[in-house]
Write a protein that binds this ligand. Structure first.
Ligand SMILES: [Zn+2]
Ligand SMILES: [Zn+2]
Length: 189
């Protein structure tokens, strides 16, 4: 069975080098749906608690919300950083409070202090799906990601990984020691 969780993200981007209107900086509200598949966890009668999926995913995805997403070779990037530096907001500001956890992967690097994500490829809906899967594949048993942004909609299916060991009391994934990071339950070995 599957659990589905939906997120709304507001972001600005552009398609650098693209021959069309999207080469201008513009914004979207995107809707991301993550589908997690597993067996029903006996104790809690759930696959995975949706609030925990939300928490786990939002921890990193928050970096894209109210953020500027630019490709690494976009000349706007040094220009924006220069302005932020001169304004004194490049390395954070007391009013920048909705920060996600910084990350760096092959595909993207998040700079939460200045609400910027730098991507290797253009952030199309397809590009974003790849980034999200890469960020969360070890944390959640993701089988499908759908992303809608403006007129663009994309989805990708992923092969389910092996069943994860989940806590029979609260449903979240046990750590390598077989201990629930939330409630402290320990699996008998
Ligand atoms: Zn766009
Ligand atoms: Zn637990």
């Amino acid at each position: 069975m599957r659990s589905m969780t939906t997120f709304d993200l507001q972001y600005a981007h552009r398609f650098y080098g693209f021959k069309g209107e999207a080469q201008y900086l513009h914004g979207h509200t995107g809707t991301l749906t993550i589908e997690v598949e597993d067996t029903i966890n006996e104790g809690v009668n759930m696959i995975f608690p949706c609030n925990e999926i939300k928490k786990t995913a939002w921890d990193v995805l928050r970096n894209f919300d109210h953020a500027l997403v630019l490709r690494e070779d976009d000349p706007l990037l040094p220009a924006v950083l220069d302005v932020y530096t001169k304004q004194g907001i490049r390395y954070g500001h007391p009013q920048n409070t909705m920060k996600g956890k910084a990350f760096k992967t092959e595909l993207a690097t998040a700079y939460p202090d200045c609400r910027l994500v730098v991507t290797k490829e253009t952030m199309t809906v397809e590009g974003f799906i790849k980034i999200v899967y890469d960020l969360l594949k070890d944390k959640l048993n993701i089988v499908k990601i759908t992303f809608t942004s403006g007129d663009n909609k994309g989805s990708a299916d992923f092969a389910p990984r092996s069943t994860m060991n989940r806590c029979p009391l609260c449903g979240i994934t046990l750590n390598e020691q077989g201990v629930c990071p939330k409630c402290g339950y320990k699996k008998e070995s």
